[in-house]
Every structure is written in structure tokens, then in C-alpha cells.
Design a protein around this ligand. Structure first.
Ligand code: NAP
Length: 526
């Protein structure tokens, strides 16, 4: 059993009690009373608090009492004697867990009184904790063993800041290898995955806050996110894990989309955000570490900016299978991992775009053969779409602000190219915007002047934030057929989901979650 524990920190017992009630109502599986936040800290106050909580939440709600030193992240600076009173009272009140940091426990005064109280208690477990706020422990296993060895039956709690994703593996290894109950996770944005994987790997507890404002440590997420977005109730040792690798990744819509669809189909799968900051080396080291740990159950990744080229290189370098068109595009956005460490790599961006075009025009792929298409832009998305269109035999002209970039792309894929000014003469009936113009926050800009839009045209804007760009609004006013970037986005996510699971996600659900996420998304959302 892994408890989702909610820390309650407030200056008075009454407020603590009210917040604890709220946490229980919202689905907390254990409560941590951070009594170092109480202004009038004293043994009887702690005893009363525990009794009150027991009365209100019943005997089955595990309660932990923690009283941190200010240097160890405590809220207020209490004299050691008051803190000892708090621990001893908590133990005598029969609290389930009492947490003491290892350095403090080593003081003879503390260990003597805590040990004596524990000797008379049948119900309290001692948690001995070690924190490293700056980064990894020099030797995480040694620090863990020190907690275990300091008191027979102590539950070790090891918490440190992951400054980068590859710092997380010490914690994940301890979660898997450490015997008995343990609490191990990383703080910080990069460490979020350790909090979410604790349940799969059998950690005794993982923390969640009551709401976004009341977190007690960096990287703690609210309870409703843990239970809703990350479906913590459905996670167990058999859960297969997927995720998005990117930098930034915090505002990615992909966890919301894939987790909702896993849930909808009752799948034992979880999708996480892996914040892989840094370049190719960090990305390669991350994938090496994942593949060396098949027990993590990681089966696939979405890959986004800036790692799509590195993902292709990695798949090639490790002898993986790579979809041929992805090799021509020079980037992949989907990786599949088999339990033996084998890799397969795909690009679903062009698939998403091609499906959007075909469904928008009511055509089959063969109908694109020989059809003139104007692609505006020569960046990464243009490249994927040009590759898809050329593969289907379309006649593509690439228009770009920087003409030399259009030329390079055109020569590689056998297309024509032209400056943006030439859009005035465009004859193609399908026009695809692959520039960033019109994207939030520059919503008033357009790559194609309104006077060049005609009713017989179909206009596909790959920009999806906002869903209806100025280009699409004006194209619709002219009577043109419009295809939006959300359709491409949803299609590429559908294609990924199919690769991940072999099944189709409900298209309406994918679109609904995407639209909902976009309504509250940052411009970096992906
Ligand atoms: P990119 O590689 O940075 O390329 C940007 C393109 O926009 C270049 O061709 C650039 O021209 C052009 N551009 C930028 N500012 C311009 C301006 N002021 N005037 C004229 N041209 C300008 O970007 P990308 O990764 O290809 O992404 C392009 C768009 O695709 C983004 O808006 C993104 O939201 C969208 N996208 C959609 C999906 C989807 O699933 N719907 C997925 C990914 C991306 P120069 O070469 O002259 O700089």
C-alpha cells in the first residue's frame, strides 16, 4: 500500500483540523501534521490534535506527526525541548507515524526520550528522514542505510532535490531495491516523476498538497492532480509507463490527453512528463538509464522540442527500427521501448497533418498525386509536412521569409520555392501555414495577406493555439475550406496512442481534452 499523504501546516490546531478535514474529504489517504507550524507548540496541544483528528476521521486514517527543525525546512523555530515533547506526546497518543530527522535523532537527548516513548507504544512507527535540499546525496544508499540502522524497524525517508532528470535514478533504484517500508522521492520539477512512480515501485508514501498554494516542498502537486490527471488510484506494480520528453514540458497537454484516454479504456497505463533539460548528451544518458531499468515498465515516449533530432540519432545509434520517412524528415516524435531494451522510432507529426488534410478535403491519399500545394514556412513542421505531401506525390511550392531556407528544403524534397511576396500569385488550392505567425501571443499576425485568400481554396493552419487563428477566420469569411491545427495535433496524438497501445482512443475525448487544456494552456503547450 502506498499512501497519498497530505501535509497540513497551519499556525493553530483549529485551522489544522479544518484543513485535515478538507484533505480527507478530497481523498487524502494519510495526513501529516506539520506541528512545527504551530505557534504554541506543546505536548498537550499535539495530543489534543491527534485525538481530535481520530474522532473526526476515524481510526483508519493514518496520521503522521512531523516537527522539523527550521534548518531542515521547518516552518517555525521551536526549542528542541518543545519538539521532543511533541514527538513523545504524539507517540503516547498512539499516532501511526512520527517523523524525526536523522541528525536530530542522533542527539542523545532526542533518541533517549523518543526510544523510551516508542518502547511503550505498540502502534507508532518511527520514520527517520534525511533531506538534501541542494541536490543529490553524495552516496544515497549510504544515507538510506544510516536511517535504517539508527533504530530497529525505523522507516527510512530519503528526500533530495533533483536538479536534472538524471538525478532521479538514485531515488528510483532505492525505491526498487530497499527492503521493507520506505519513503523515497525527489523534490523539484525534474523530480516529479519519482513522486508519481512511488506507487508503482511500492514506496510507503508519496506527498500531495491540498491545493496549488499549500505545497510544503518544491515539486509537490495538488491531490486532485495526482488523483485526476495522473490517476493515482489506478497505479500498481503492473502499470505500464509512458511519457513526454521535452524542455519545457510543464505545460504539455500530452499527459492530460493520454491519461484521460488510458482511463477511458480502463488501461493500466500511466503517462508522465519527463523534463529533460540540456542537450543531446543529457537526452542520451536519460534513455540509457531508462533502458538499463526494465523494471520501470516504461514502454514509450512522446518526444518534443528540442529532442526530436536526438531521438532519431539515439534510435539509429542503438540499432533501433526507424520509420523510413522519419529518417528523411530527420526527426522522430515517438519512441517505443520493448522490455529487452529494443527501440522503434516514428514520426506522427506528418501523419497527423496528412490525415487532417485528407479528412478536411474529403480525399483519399491518391487524390493528392500531382496536386499543387503551397506550403508557407520552412521550419521543423514544414519539413514533416513537405515530406508527407511529397511522399503522396503532391506538387509542393515552399514559400518562406528566409528564401535560402526554403531553397534547401525544396532541393531536398524535389519542390519549387519562392519568397513570401509570391503568395500574391499563388494558384494552388491547398495552402498550408507552417510558420509561427498567428500563434499566441502574436494572434494578430498572418503569413498570408487576406487579399490572397480565395473561396475555392482550402487553408490549413498548423498553429493550434489559438484553435481559430486570424488566418482561418479570414479564410472562412472568404468562403474557403478551413482545417485547423488542433485537428493535426489530435491526429498525431491519436497515432501515438495507437503505437503505444495498439488501440484507438476516442477521438471526441481527445479533442475535448485538447480543447480544454488549450483554454488554460501557456503558449508553450505541447
Ligand atoms: P520553426 O522551426 O521555428 O519554424 C518557424 C517558421 O516560421 C519558419 O519558416 C520562419 O521563417 C517562420 N516565421 C517565423 N516568424 C515569422 C515572421 N514574422 N514572418 C514570416 N515568417 C515567420 O517552427 P516549427 O516547429 O516548424 O513550428 C511552426 C508552427 O507549427 C508553430 O506555430 C507551431 O505551433 C505549429 N505546430 C503545430 C503542431 C500541430 O500538431 N498542429 C505541431 C507542432 C507545431 P524563417 O525561416 O524566415 O525564420
Amino acid at each position: 500500500m502506498t499512501y497519498i499523504i497530505v501535509p497540513i501546516s497551519a499556525p493553530t490546531p483549529q485551522v489544522m483540523m479544518d484543513l485535515a478535514d478538507l484533505a480527507v474529504e478530497l481523498g487524502a489517504e494519510a495526513i501529516e501534521l506539520r506541528v512545527d507550524a504551530l505557534t504554541g507548540l506543546a505536548g498537550p496541544v499535539v495530543a489534543e490534535l491527534i485525538a481530535g483528528l481520530r474522532q473526526r476521521s476515524g481510526p483508519n486514517m493514518p496520521v503522521m506527526v512531523t516537527c522539523r527543525d527550521k534548518r531542515q525546512g521547518g516552518v517555525l523555530d521551536h526549542p528542541l525541548s518543545n519538539r521532543i515533547d511533541a514527538w513523545v506526546s504524539a507517540i503516547r497518543s498512539g499516532v501511526d507515524f512520527v517523523a524525526v530527522d536523522l541528525d536530530t535523532f542522533r542527539l542523545a537527548r532526542v533518541s533517549g526520550q523518543v526510544r523510551e516513548a516508542l518502547a511503550g507504544s505498540a502502534s507508532t512507527h518511527l520514520i527517520l528522514s534525511a533531506h538534501s535540499w541542494e541536490g543529490r546525496f553524495t552516496d544515497a544508499r549510504r544515507s538510506y542505510d544510516e536511517c535504517v540502522d539508527a533504530y530497529p524497524g525505523a522507516i527510512p525517508k530519503l528526500v533530495y532535490t533533483a536538479n536534472r532528470i538524471n538525478d532521479c535514478f538514485d531515488a528510483l533504484d532505492l525505491l526498487r531495491d530497499g527492503l521493507g517500508d520506505k519513503v523515497v522521492f525527489c523534490m523539484g520539477q525534474a523530480g516529479l516523476v519519482t513522486r508519481l512512480l512511488a506507487k508503482k515501485l511500492g514506496g510507503l508514501m508519496t506527498y500531495a498538497s491540498l491545493d496549488p498554494a499549500s505545497g510544503t516542498a518544491p515539486g509537490q502537486i495538488p491531490l486532485d492532480q495526482m488523483k485526476g490527471l495522473y490517476r493515482s488510484d489506478a497505479i500498481n506494480a503492473d502499470t505500464e509507463v509512458f511519457g513526454v520528453i521535452g524542455d519545457p514540458v510543464a505545460h504539455s497537454m500530452s499527459p492530460a490527453i493520454h491519461n484521460a484516454c488510458f482511463g477511458d479504456l480502463g488501461m493500466n497505463r500511466l503517462y508522465l512528463p519527463f523534463w529533460v533539460a540540456g542537450g543531446r548528451d543529457e537526452f542520451f544518458a536519460f534513455l540509457d538509464a531508462i533502458r538499463a531499468r526494465p523494471w520501470l515498465g516504461i514502454r514509450g515516449f512522446s518526444v518534443t522540442v528540442p529532442h526530436k533530432q536526438s531521438a532519431l540519432e539515439y534510435a539509429v545509434a542503438t540499432g533501433g527500427q526507424v520509420e523510413p520517412l522519419a529518417v528523411r524528415i530527420g526527426a522522430v516524435n515517438t519512441l517505443l521501448l520493448d522490455p529487452q531494451g529494443g527501440i522503434a522510432a516514428f514520426n506522427t507529426d506528418y501523419i497527423g497533418a496528412m490525415e487532417a488534410i485528407l479528412s478536411g478535403l474529403g480525399m483519399r491519399r491518391d487524390d493528392l498525386r500531382g496536386r499543387p500545394v503551397a506550403v508557407v514556412g520552412a521550419g521543423g513542421v514544414a519539413r514533416a509536412i513537405v515530406a508527407g505531401l511529397r511522399d503522396a506525390g503532391a506538387q509542393v511550392t515552399i514559400y518562406n521569409r528566409t528564401v535560402s531556407r526554403a531553397q534547401v528544403l525544396a532541393e531536398e524534397f524535389g519542390c519549387a520555392y519562392a519568397p513570401l511576396d509570391d503568395l500574391a500569385k499563388v494558384k494552388a488550392r491547398l495552402l498550408v501555414n507552417c510558420t509561427t505567425m498567428g500563434m499566441h501571443p502574436d494572434v494578430g499576425t498572418m503569413a498570408v495577406p487576406a487579399e490572397h485568400l480565395r473561396p475555392e481554396m482550402a487553408v490549413f493552419d498548423t498553429v493550434y493555439n489559438p484553435p481559430q487563428t486570424q488566418l482561418l477566420r479570414l479564410a472562412a469569411e472568404k468562403g474557403a475550406t478551413c482545417i485547423d491545427g488542433v485537428t493535426m495535433f489530435v491526429n498525431q496524438a491519436q497515432a501515438q496512442f495507437r503505437l503505444f497501445t495498439g488501440q484507438d482512443a476516442a477521438p471526441a475525448l481527445m479533442r475535448e481534452v485538447t480543447t480544454r487544456s488549450l483554454a488554460g494552456a501557456s503558449p508553450l503547450a505541447r
